[in-house]
Unconditional design. Structure first.
Length: 248
């Protein structure tokens, strides 16, 4: 059994965007970090190298959280490599934007499989060991779309709204055992997803943001860093929006 010198965090979707920023922020904070990624091995290698240079022990693994077996294997192998996990951050997510009238079954199911089933699979695999140890923190990544809805994103919004209900229920179940669960709901964040937007689309979206800019992955990771830390020891079952005021 590995004896970890630092606390251990598990992050899904850790090769890019908010997931990658979270891996690096937790490494800066002194955590050892295991992360999984679905496809982009070169990006994963860069994140692994940078996190290691920050002093963390790092375990990276290709795994698809849409598959229960992959999620269970990731948790088992990560804890074998680094030690018991005290934090889990569920960042893996995809979009398949299309108006509902034109949405295919595949558009719907793939988004729900990755975004919502993936959170279920990862948290189910990780929470029982946390309950047994009577400590731990889980952070799930939702979206303002899951709270307020969004055009051409009925599938994405449904998955992200489901994450909120899932996490609040988990917080009620696990709190008595010392395990906390919270939701972070980002708005317009500069990631690979938003990089595909045209300049016209970006300008239209920013017109509805009081701060008049997109957020950064690092700003979201800052909040995750707080929520998994002992500074947030009395925070559970909450939803934190990071959106520059877009819902005002």
């Amino acid at each position: 059994m590995v004896v970890a010198s630092n606390k251990v965090a598990l992050v899904s979707g850790g090769s890019r965007g908010i997931g990658a920023a979270t891996v690096l922020r937790l490494a800066e904070d002194g955590w050892d970090v295991a992360f999984c990624y679905r496809a982009d091995e070169s990006a994963a290698n860069r994140v692994e190298k940078t996190a290691g240079e920050l002093g963390a022990r790092v375990f990276a693994m290709r795994a698809d959280m849409a598959h229960a077996g992959d999620a269970a294997d990731f948790v088992r192998r990560a804890e074998d490599a680094l030690g018991p996990a005290e934090a889990v951050v569920a960042c893996a997510g995809i979009t398949r934007d299309r108006p509902l009238a034109l949405m295919t079954d595949a558009d719907w199911h793939e988004v729900l499989d990755v975004n919502l089933d993936g959170v279920f699979h990862l948290c189910r695999a990780a929470v029982l060991p946390m309950i047994r140890r009577r400590r731990g923190s889980i952070v799930t990544l939702s979206s303002v779309a899951g709270i307020h809805g969004n055009l051409a994103q009925t599938n994405y919004a449904a998955s992200k709204a489901g994450i909120i209900g899932f996490t609040k229920s988990l917080a009620k179940e696990s709190g008595r055992y010392g395990v906390r669960a919270n939701v972070v709901a980002p708005g317009l964040i500069d990631t690979d997803m938003t990089a595909k937007l045209s300049e016209q689309a970006r300008a239209r979206l920013l017109a509805g943001v009081p701060l008049r800019r997109f957020g950064t992955s690092e700003e979201v990771a800052d909040l995750v860093s707080f929520l998994v830390s002992e500074r947030a020891g009395y925070v559970t079952g909450s939803v934190f929006e990071v959106h520059g005021g877009i819902s005002l």
